[in-house]
Write a protein that binds this ligand. Sequence first.
Ligand code: NAD
Length: 250
Amino acid sequence: MGRVQDKVCLITGAALGMGREHALLLAEHGARLILTDLNVEAGEATTKGINDAGGDAIFIKHDASSEQDWQQVIKTGVEHFGKIDVLVNNAGVLTLKSIQDTTTEDWDFVQSINTRGVFYGVKYVLPAMQKAGGGSIINISSIYGIVGAPSASAYQASKGAVRLLSKSAAVEYAEYNVRVNSVHPGVIATNMTKDIMVDDASTDALLGSALIRRPAQPKEVSWGILFLASDESSYMTGSELVIDGGYTAT
Ligand SMILES: NC(=O)c1ccc[n+]([C@@H]2O[C@H](COP(=O)([O-])OP(=O)(O)OC[C@H]3O[C@@H](n4cnc5c(N)ncnc54)[C@H](O)[C@@H]3O)[C@@H](O)[C@H]2O)c1
């Protein structure tokens, strides 16, 4: 038996980066997967890889900022698997600009995916989780939802919102046996950070106060997702799981 055997897990932004790695690890541990992303080619490739290895996954094209897309994703997922046990709200975007340079369009773009998209997921998955008798919602925030850094105001505001939205939902959904937690990765080696960490100096600068002086591999976050998706975390709700190499320890 896997640690999430036969749990139906919906992961957004699952084509690449951490979302992809979460999908691979959850599949290895017995989950059935609804994978979504804007990037159809990479999303279908990830899904095919899981199914070819004996897993059970479907891919749905999904713009996480779209309310209509969310309704369709939940409907299709429930029609296919009968229920949804776990939602990983992982899709996210980063803009790096000073507050002075951030336009209304920049601000709205980041909030539409990172904040409004997470809100839609939390809102629309509830009936499916009630049907499953409960569930686990895992919202991906960041260390940038806890501490400040230069030139990331729109992103930091969005990730701070995800942190508190998770606690609000934990309070509201406890009566439905739905647990809601946020995850706060530090500096992780994905497409999101590859253009920022171009040499030793820029990598060192991004690592900031991290005690472990290297970026993490995506899988080092996936182990936390597996724990929160599984019943091993049955007494955790409204919590923050920080996986940051000690970035926020000092
Ligand atoms: N990389 C880091 O250092 C880091 C640190 C802390 C938190 N995070 C957060 O972790 C999550 C995953 O980040 P990552 O580093 O894997 O990013 P990534 O850029 O490597 O992958 C993001 C995925 O989300 C998808 N996506 C983008 N916009 C979308 C939309 N509107 N609808 C659906 N899918 C969309 C992309 O196609 C891509 O597959 C994000 O929420 C990010 O903010 C990342």
